[in-house]
Design a binder for this molecule. Structure first.
Ligand code: 1VU
Length: 337
């Protein structure tokens, strides 16, 4: 299994120019003390979703865990699995610094996905892999991932993390849903929708910073901010794997950001068309990270979204961009939530 092949590397995905990786939060804080972590269930993301089966040289098979209501495969799962397959063929001193993907066909949840890796180039500093995710003999995703060795640089800067409440002071999506469900005047349709959401087995935990806005239940918030982490324990040590988990996480609820400026419309059909990601610094995907998402543009039945994943100590861990198709229709009834 790839997880084992990828094991053994240390948490140094630092591309900020330092050969000394910056301290990640787990080095200093005890957000999830080790004693507690060992009691936690291992994240299903590493035991199952991202634990690909090796079929042959550079050929892997991935299975599904959570499938969205659209009954097409979750884009983050396909990207995360493609990155696992790509990373398995690069040496331990190289770390993913970027990936660029196109979702060319809807993924079929009834069959597994094959990942075929092409070793595009091995350079002195950078190594590039191309991955085709295949179902029914046809590509559903094409992905290029680039890996870089740690290199020093005097150039270092980053934006500043938004000031937001800490995750300990916020409610999880599940807690918020229970709170909404306790409203006696909740519309039947909304109640059904929320119960379906509760039944989801999404392997990530989310704490919205602006809860009423998270599902567009009230006034317009143009920027989406939420704390996110993998459910269960992953542990430090394998930065390649944390990048794959972050790729999974980064697609969750991302495209919906483009609907925030348009509360009078809801998506009739939406699907991500492409997804790009850049990894900047070490992080742990099983510890809270702030996902800051915004949409600079929408038009022509498409929307562009951009996101930044922040470590809770304010270090920028990764940046993401995505364009998606958004076919909308006007909202006819006001929400009773
Ligand atoms: C959470 C976000 C995610 O994870 S989404 C999952 C990851 N992304 C994906 O699965 C997207 C994969 N890619 C695709 O499915 C295709 O490339 C998409 C985006 C649909 C583009 O396809 P397109 O070139 O339109 O394909 P198609 O001709 O097969 O049509 C697909 C369905 O869309 C419809 N469609 C097409 N054009 C229009 C239009 N102008 N107006 C209204 N509807 C249109 C087609 O009729 C077709 O519908 P149906 O499937 O037959 O019901």
């Amino acid at each position: 299994m790839v997880e084992r092949e990828m094991g053994g590397s240390t948490d140094n995905c630092n591309h900020s120019g330092d050969t000394e990786p910056p301290k990640s939060p787990e080095d200093e804080s005890s957000e999830r003390p080790e004693a507690q972590c060992t009691q936690d269930l291992k994240s299903v993301l590493i035991t199952s979703v991202l634990n690909l089966e090796k079929l042959d040289v550079d050929l892997y098979r991935g299975t599904h865990h959570w499938v969205p209501r659209s009954q097409r495969l979750f884009g983050g799962q396909i990207v995360g699995q493609a990155l696992v397959a790509a990373a398995a063929s690069v040496s331990d001193n190289l770390y993913a610094h970027s990936l660029h993907c196109y979702f060319v066909r809807a993924g079929d949840p009834k069959v597994p996905v094959l990942y075929q890796v092409d070793r595009t180039r091995d350079g002195r500093s950078f190594t590039v892999r191309s991955v085709r995710a295949i179902q029914h003999g046809q590509p559903i995703l094409i992905c290029q991932a680039s890996f870089h060795m740690l290199q020093p640089s005097p150039l270092q800067h980053q934006f500043t993390m938004p000031v937001v409440p800490q995750p300990e002071d916020l409610l999880t999506v599940e807690e918020l849903i229970h709170r909404y469900l306790s409203k006696p005047d909740l519309a039947k349709k909304s109640r059904q929708g929320l119960n379906k959401l509760l039944a989801n087995e999404v392997p990530i935990e989310i704490k919205p910073v602006h809860p009423p806005h998270f599902y567009r239940l009230s006034a317009v918030e143009l920027r989406k901010l939420f704390w996110v982490r993998a459910r269960g324990y992953i542990g430090e040590g394998n930065m390649k794997l944390h990048c794959c988990v972050a790729a999974y996480v980064s697609d969750y609820a991302f495209l919906g950001t483009a609907l925030l400026p348009h509360p009078n419309y809801r998506a009739q059909f939406s699907a991500s068309l492409d997804h790009a990601m850049w990894f900047h610094n070490t992080f742990r995907s099983d510890e809270w990270m702030l996902y800051e998402c915004e949409s600079p543009w929408a038009g022509g039945s498409r929307g562009l979204v951009q996101g930044r994943l922040w470590r809770r100590d304010g270090v920028l861990a990764a940046s993401c961009s995505q364009e998606g198709v958004l076919r909308v229709k006007p909202v006819t009834e006001p929400s009773k939530l």
